[in-house]
Design a protein around this ligand. Sequence first.
Ligand SMILES: Cc1cc2nc3c(=O)[nH]c(=O)nc-3n(C[C@H](O)[C@H](O)[C@H](O)COP(=O)(O)OP(=O)(O)OC[C@H]3O[C@@H](n4cnc5c(N)ncnc54)[C@H](O)[C@@H]3O)c2cc1C
Length: 362
Amino acid sequence: MSIRIVPALIVGGGPAGAAAAIRLAEGGVFAELIERSAGPRDVVCGGFVGWDAIAALERLGVDAAALGARPITRLRLVTMKRIVETKLPQAAAGLSRRCLDEALLERAAALGAKVRKGVTARGGEGRTIRLDGGELLAAETLFLATGKHELRGLARDVPAGRGAGAVGLRASFRPGAADMARLAGFIELHPFDGGYAGLLLQEDGSANLCMSVSAARLRRAGGIDGLLEELLREAPRLAAYFACVAAKWISVSNVPYGWRARATTEGLFRIGDQAAVIASLAGDGIAIALTSGIAAAEAHLAGTAAPDFQQAFARTSARPLKLAEALRWAAERSGPRRLLTGLAGFSPGLARWAASSTRIAS
Ligand SMILES: Cc1cc2nc3c(=O)[nH]c(=O)nc-3n(C[C@H](O)[C@H](O)[C@H](O)COP(=O)(O)OP(=O)(O)OC[C@H]3O[C@@H](n4cnc5c(N)ncnc54)[C@H](O)[C@@H]3O)c2cc1C
């Protein structure tokens, strides 16, 4: 099988890969992008698009409001004993990834990027990528944007144990009138022992229900059904939504919260979750994906070496990642969680500070 040389190859068409493709095309470099999904699909994500993500989307020529994103201006923190509500520092939005990812890929293709959907990269060696059917691509510059999924031969250097920690779960449902009114304008967070759930309304009127739970807790509960059963007693206000879920939950495991790529090799840019994985509770993963995709493309256009880009991005993301990890630690344990909710109730400014400080760019 012959090898085709590709000047700029992007593997993965989530927000990070699409952002890189758009910015490269704007700079006159028409990348080839490989995405394994053949069309729009649901992914495990809370669908919370922060104000920094909205700004990054604008830079890329994608208007979240025009896609029907639901405005979110307030945070509701719900525990067994308390409900605390506070204003967000800036307006955010609820948008399904089905809609967002498709809009970004359409924009990349419209600008001239070669978007190949329904094609899977099977493995990589250096910057040579093997696709379905054995096709081989030798990338002069490779943007690795496979997100939560590792590419054989180019996996992230996640220390043993870190990735085993968290499992993401997602379902959606059609809210009734009362839930619709309760959720309008809000991101609702329900922390519980070993995890949390987040709820919001999306552009199509459905509600997105996403959970992150420690693998240990899920194992102890005997799986998703067991966990939902336990939460009926532990978090009744959250569990009230479970009855509305008709479709199957989708899941992703081994989410290495807090990890970031501190180094890379020449010509290989790691972007999105392949660059840094922020605790999902912070709702900033999409912004990190977009921002790192844009920054990597700009670095490439400017002739900056990939290792220099990667180190700089690791520095930029260090503070939000660390703070988000501290919040996740506290939210998942009953004593610290009580303290956290108490503080948020006592001083709404503190919750706003936490929301601002876990942003990659504000
Ligand atoms: C439970 C949970 C909830 C979250 N909620 C939020 C939230 O509300 N707001 C927020 O901002 N962030 C949230 N995040 C984080 C966010 O989902 C990620 O940070 C973001 O999706 C990263 O984007 P990405 O482009 O790097 O990767 P992804 O979105 O994972 O995209 C990667 C793409 O690569 C493709 N791909 C993978 N492997 C291959 C291959 N071998 N060949 C070809 N294509 C491939 C995939 O199909 C996919 O389209 C959440 C994360 C979790 C786990």
